[in-house]
Design a protein. Sequence first.
Length: 100
Amino acid sequence: MINEQKKHAQHSIHVAQDALQRIVEGQDPHASKLGDRRDFADWELNYLLRNLIPVLPADLRADVQACYDLREKVWSDDYREAYYAQQKTSPSCLAASDSL
């Protein structure tokens, strides 16, 4: 990692730490509710990870990118739709609708 990359990584970490601290302390006006705080904390970590991936050594970069890609899959519209479709056809859902 060259000095410029290290400075960029340190800056990204500092920005994320400050933002996360504001969220935890309730000082972020956009994150007043618990669900919002969790979402914003997740977004901050995503931002940090996205900024750190390029400065990692190649072998670590590939592994971290693979983890990030899996996380993105869970957040994708296709995954969400498949999840809810499965929930609608699960035996417990079908049994609950039969009892109505």
